[in-house]
Design a protein around this ligand. Structure first.
Ligand SMILES: Cc1cc2nc3c(=O)[nH]c(=O)nc-3n(C[C@H](O)[C@H](O)[C@H](O)COP(=O)(O)OP(=O)(O)OC[C@H]3O[C@@H](n4cnc5c(N)ncnc54)[C@H](O)[C@@H]3O)c2cc1C
Length: 478
């Protein structure tokens, strides 16, 4: 069997690592990014650009939680990159990129014939054997094609492209921040994890000008707590899989309530605390959360874990109107609990707030470019010399580099999921074409539609890659 993999980021590495090589004659991987295997997040960058999760959450090998931790142990002496509050190593994302490179190279060595083609794929036609077309006009045929093209880049929601001083896509920060004068007045659009990366990196470069994070909600990500086993019961993925849908949001909330009650904790109290956390102001809230990194209560850890593990299953069981409600009213809160910032970054942000060097401005209305920028927000107008975009694309967005490819698939009978991404069969990751799962075409990563609105982290991507490997012909035995 000949396999074509489009995209050479984390999902592709997980897939290569998972595939059983016995029935595979050749593997061809396509990606214009050089060097390959880093994807968008894990390319060489400043040391202040950190991974967002502890090692047990970032194994690229589905079913082996320790795979990355073992690599990390072999890569640097114990204690390197330690986030002391978390009690876990949190290395720069470029270090994780080296892990992906090592894993990809070891995986590729298992196949008889491999090639990495440094070109974007612009189309796939499905007649007889699928044919993959590249931007430079080459054609490759394969038996199975897997799309691993990642998510999109930040959106230019305020029409600022081309304005002097506007940074449309912040990564890699070592390049985009190099032109930011240290005393300049900087506004970062967004308050999510990308915005946290930008602020931490400005601080690491010794920025002395004012920094503002401006967004609609003004809600920062919560702060990681030390990971401890939660032993999910009511929210265990297998238990949810056994439920008959559709279920209502109230019913699902009741499962969360029972899960927490099992540990002697109250969901209603936790939900009220979460809802009001940022009303106390970013300084007070960060201080409070840093004090809770070690707290024994499991409630927030349970909700965070369940958002990623039970969430995708529950999402499909929920009624459409409840999904809409979650997406509309609770998107920001759920994202900020599910994908928290690491304590080291939280402590840094708190220092900047305390020193008066950083502020959060909610209620952003518009940004106008002239000589510099004017940002209208809930409490007034703020001027800035530099505006850096950290507005993440909607979940399951089609990356710009994959738009021609996706258009070609739509012409072949594939369809878009109404909630974004390509419609796929949830059990196998096969693309639905002509109304049926097409066994020649799979998706691993954020382009797979039908899931909730959280961007897939490494465990989600690794799970999808393993699902695609199983559907293609088998997962290698270890
Ligand atoms: C800034 C950032 C930081 C993150 N940090 C973490 C973290 O610390 N922990 C965590 O668990 N998750 C994190 N995530 C979530 C992240 O989505 C996954 O970790 C992971 O990178 C997704 O892998 P992927 O292979 O799907 O996409 P990517 O890693 O983005 O790789 C996609 C690849 O496809 C290529 N491509 C696109 N279109 C084409 C085409 N037409 N032809 C050929 N190639 C194409 C791109 O060039 C790219 O190399 C982060 C996400 C972002 C955006």
């Amino acid at each position: 069997m000949d396999i074509a993999i489009i995209g050479a980021g984390a999902a592709a590495v997980a897939l290569l690592d998972a595939l059983d090589p016995s029935d595979i004659r050749s593997v061809t991987v396509f990606d214009p990014a050089t060097p390959p295997w880093h994807g968008r997040p894990y390319q060489p960058d400043l040391d202040s650009v950190l991974v967002n999760a502890p090692p047990e959450i970032m194994s690229i090998r589905w079913g082996d939680r320790e795979h990355y931790a073992r690599w990390l142990d072999g890569d640097a002496p114990a204690g390197t990159h330690l986030d002391e509050r978390l009690g876990r190593p949190i290395p720069p994302r470029a270090v994780y990129g080296r892990y992906l490179v090592d894993t990809a190279e070891a995986a590729l060595a298992r196949f008889a014939r491999t090639e990495v083609v440094d070109a974007a794929v612009t189309g796939v036609s499905l007649a007889d054997r699928p044919t993959v077309r590249t931007a430079d006009g080459r054609r490759y045929t394969a038996d199975r094609v897997v799309l691993c093209v990642g998510g999109g880049a930040p959106r230019d929601g305020y029409g600022l492209a081309g304005a002097p001083g506007f940074v449309a896509d912040p990564y890699p920060l070592r390049r985009t921040l190099a032109d930011v004068p240290p005393r300049s007045d900087v506004a970062v659009i967004g308050t999510g994890l990308t915005a946290v990366d930008i602020v931490a990196s400005l601080a690491a470069r010794g920025h002395t000008g004012r920094i503002s994070m401006v967004s609609r909600s003004g809600t920062l990500p919560f702060v990681w707590q030390r990971p401890v086993p939660t032993g999910l019961r009511y929210l265990a993925p297998d238990r949810l899989r056994s439920l008959e849908g559709p279920i209502g949001l109230a019913e699902f909330t009741d499962l969360i309530r029972r899960e927490l009650a099992d540990h002697g904790e109250s969901w209603d109290a936790l939900a009220a605390w979460i809802a009001s956390a940022w009303e106390r102001g970013p300084e007070a809230s960060l201080r409070e959360q840093l004090a809770l990194v070690d707290a024994p209560q499991l409630g927030r850890r349970i909700v965070q874990e369940a958002a990623h593990t039970a969430g995708p299953i529950a999402w499909r069981l929920l009624r459409a109107r409840d999904r809409e409600r979650l997406r509309g009213r609770h998107f920001r809160t759920i994202t900020s609990v599910a994908s928290p910032m690491v304590p080291r970054n939280a402590a840094l942000l708190l220092e900047l707030f305390e020193a008066g060097a950083l502020e959060v401005l909610p209620g952003i209305e518009k940004i106008e470019a002239g000589s510099g920028f004017e940002i209208t927000h809930a409490a007034g107008v703020r001027a800035a010399d530099i505006v850096i975009n950290a507005v993440n694309p909607p979940p399951h967005a089609v990356p710009r580099a994959a738009e021609p490819l996706v258009s070609s698939l739509l012409a072949e009978g594939a369809v878009l999921d109404p909630d974004g991404g390509l419609a796929v069969d949830p059990g196998t990751g096969r693309v639905l074409a002509g109304g049926r799962p097409d066994r020649r075409l799979h998706v691993a990563g954020d382009l797979a539609g039908g899931g909730p609105f959280l961007v897939s982290g490494i465990p989600g991507v690794a799970a999808q890659a393993s699902r695609a490997a199983r559907s293609i012909g088998g997962v290698r035995s270890r």
